[in-house]
Write a protein that binds this ligand. Structure first.
Ligand code: 5RP
Length: 257
């Protein structure tokens, strides 16, 4: 890895702890005005000081993020279908030139393993990595699994390994039972997506489990910004990820208004 690639990745995955708390706010790229993100600027502004990185689209960066802030960006560069269409029908929608212009520290796209357009999305990842290598830009592969497949260690492990084989520099996947098996089969850092909103204590427990089993942090959205105390929740997640806080300690942090 050359200096630019390593240095950008170090802005996202902090060298001191070897971990990251990414805040995912890209949901609108296929879901439209997702609950909690209708007014993205209002939701995200108070969370920025506690996020190591935002996972976000170019349109929302331009319209909702203060360019004078020192926020670190991982740019979602894939898209195409809406929630009403075939989700795996994605392509690369944002250029590397645009990522550099926006001062991104990484770019991210989804692969859909076991879904209709599996092969095209995986080939797209290969092409994105080819381009990203030229500019020292880390690539995050987001692993989506076909509807009929369980979100279990077998299929998530398959998707994460394929992403690493294709050259992704880090991978995002969901938590599952025996998460350590997913980590074992994937030689690049894995960050955990939060998934649908669940009670805060359960989300904190899931985060602690993932970290214990080898996750390099989280790229979490709904379980932070849909919480009744988003700032408390991101602080609590940080305490687990960066400081190894217990679920009880983290829950106390969340509970403080
Ligand atoms: C969707 C994404 C989202 O960023 C991802 O799902 C993380 O958000 P959440 O924690 O709400 O699941 O990549 O494809």
């Amino acid at each position: 890895m050359d200096f630019g690639m390593k240095n950008r990745l170090s802005r996202i995955i902090k060298p001191r702890s070897g971990k990251t708390v990414m805040l995912a706010v890209d949901h609108g790229y296929f879901q439209g005005p997702t609950t909690g993100l209708k007014d993205l600027r209002k939701t995200v502004t108070p969370l920025i000081p506690y996020a190591d990185c935002l996972f976000i689209t170019r349109g929302m960066i331009r319209t909702c993020i203060d360019p004078r802030s020192d926020v670190v960006i991982c740019l979602r560069v894939s898209g195409g279908p809406s929630i009403l269409g075939e989700l795996s029908n994605e392509d690369i929608t944002t250029s590397m030139e645009e990522a550099i212009r926006l001062n991104a520290s990484g770019v991210g796209m989804s692969i859909f393993v076991g879904a209709g357009n599996e092969d095209r999305t995986i080939a797209n990842l290969g092409r994105l990595v080819n381009e990203a290598e030229r500019y020292g830009m880390p690539v995050l592969a987001v692993t989506a699994i076909g509807k009929e497949m369980g979100r279990d260690a077998r299929y998530l492990g398959l998707a994460c390994r394929i992403a690493a084989e294709l050259g992704a520099h880090f991978v995002k996947t969901y938590y599952c039972e025996d998460f350590y098996k997913v980590v074992e089969g994937c030689p690049v850092p894995i960050v955990m997506a939060g998934g649908k909103k669940i009670p805060e204590r359960e989300a904190l427990q899931m985060t602690a489990n993932a970290i214990k089993q080898g996750a390099s942090g989280v790229d979490m959205g709904r379980n932070i910004f849909q919480s009744d105390n988003p700032v408390g929740m991101i602080k609590a997640i940080r305490a687990i990820v960066h400081k190894g806080a217990s679920v009880e300690e983290a829950f106390e942090i969340y509970s403080k208004k």
